[in-house]
Design a protein around this ligand. Structure first.
Ligand SMILES: Cc1cc2nc3c(=O)[nH]c(=O)nc-3n(C[C@H](O)[C@H](O)[C@H](O)COP(=O)(O)OP(=O)(O)OC[C@H]3O[C@@H](n4cnc5c(N)ncnc54)[C@H](O)[C@@H]3O)c2cc1C
Ligand code: FES
Length: 310
């Protein structure tokens, strides 16, 4: 970890961080060699905010471009550590299209110090990015099979890259069902992407916890959609992301339909610091969520969820 980048004394989001390249920094030789070096997992790369667009009242999507111009590839389900200068660092999933490697897209719910700091950023501001980290979703395993995706709220963020991939390569998958639960109709994320998915032949089902007049869709928890969803249970690959209680009950409903445990994948969230398996903050039994996850098979996490019925 570089001391400069983690120092909160001088740096602000509007000023270039130490190590930023280009004429502003005026250190071409050092920068050229820095560009050639492999990225170190504890050293944030400087990125510029190019867009910060609201999704709902408390959720927004950030588009970030690397100052060093290096490619930003990732696997769907992986996350970055985003560092807001003067505030701190948080784990945030990558929500963009995996086939576009010019930068990173993140969708964030403003909860506390760091995520509110991210919400306050405007185009041109700086963010430190470490990553991508972790093991993502098993897209290859889902090819040629039915695919079921269960998402709750901002839990859609790490699943969005999967859905964009499915929409772009629809013929590689059989029946694809997305079940998406949000608190109210106003909390529905990714309107545009849902339309694209429907057009691509994905069965998109949305349910809300609370509603108001005019909502014609389902009302109730997302788990209630699972018993009637159209998929072949023995063959399906299921991906779940959302609050842990929702994930647990979704997995239980899938098991009741006969989906094998090893075909159910759950993305977990734990408090993270290093993100590379050093510090132990994200320990989950004998696993580290940052390096062994965040996506696990139900088989791997079942004992910790402590539910014999799984
Ligand atoms: C692998 C991984 C991927 C993640 N991906 C995303 C993502 O794509 N988008 C996103 O918005 N968030 C994501 N998160 C959660 C995000 O890391 C936390 O919300 C963030 O670190 C909170 O930091 P903060 O400083 O803003 O809030 P803090 O000041 O740390 O916390 C503010 C308040 O929010 C509560 N809180 C903190 N984290 C959570 C949480 N996860 N759920 C509910 N309450 C919480 C705290 O208890 C506290 O009351 C992810 C987490 C992990 C581990
Ligand atoms: S965050 Fe340090 S071990 Fe996972």
């Amino acid at each position: 970890m570089t001391d400069e980048l983690y120092s909160t004394s001088e740096t602000t989001s509007g000023a270039p961080p130490p190590g930023a390249s280009g004429a502003r920094a005026g250190r071409a030789t050092r920068e050229d060699s820095a560009k050639r070096r492999a990225p170190e997992p504890m050293t944030p790369r400087p990125f510029r905010v190019s867009k910060n667009e609201p999704e709902t009242s408390d959720t927004f999507t950030l588009t970030l471009e690397p100052e060093d111009g290096r490619e930003c590839s990732f696997s769907p389900g992986q996350f970055n550590m985003l560092y807001v200068f003067g505030k701190g660092e948080s784990a945030i999933s990558i929500s963009g299209n995996p086939e576009l490697t010019g930068g990173y897209v993140h969708t964030v719910r403003a909860l506390g110090v760091v995520t509110r700091g991210l919400r306050a950023l405007t185009p041109g501001d700086w963010v430190g990015v470490r990553g991508p980290f972790g093991r993502g979703w098993p897209i290859e395993r889902a090819e040629g099979r039915d695919l079921v995706i269960v998402a709750g709220g901002v839990g859609m963020a790490p699943l969005r890259p999967v859905l964009l991939h499915v929409a772009a390569h629809r013929r590689r998958f059989r029946q694809v069902v997305l079940m998406f639960g949000v608190r109210t109709p106003d909390d529905l994320l990714f309107h545009d992407a849902l339309g694209v998915l429907r057009d691509a032949g994905v069965d998109v089902q949305v349910t809300v916890d609370r509603t108001y007049e005019g909502w014609a869709g389902a009302v109730g928890v997302v788990t209630r959609l699972i018993p009637r969803a159209g998929f072949a249970p023995r063959e399906v690959i299921a991906m779940i992301c959302g609050p842990e209680l929702m994930a647990r009950f979704s997995a239980l409903e899938l098991r009741k339909r006969g989906v094998p445990r090893e075909n159910v994948y759950v993305s977990l969230e734990r408090n993270m610091k290093c993100a590379v398996g050093f510090c132990g903050h994200c320990q989950y039994g004998s696993s580290f969520v940052c390096k062994d996850g965040p996506v696990f098979t139900l088989d791997a996490i079942r004992p910790l969820l402590g539910r014999q019925e799984f």
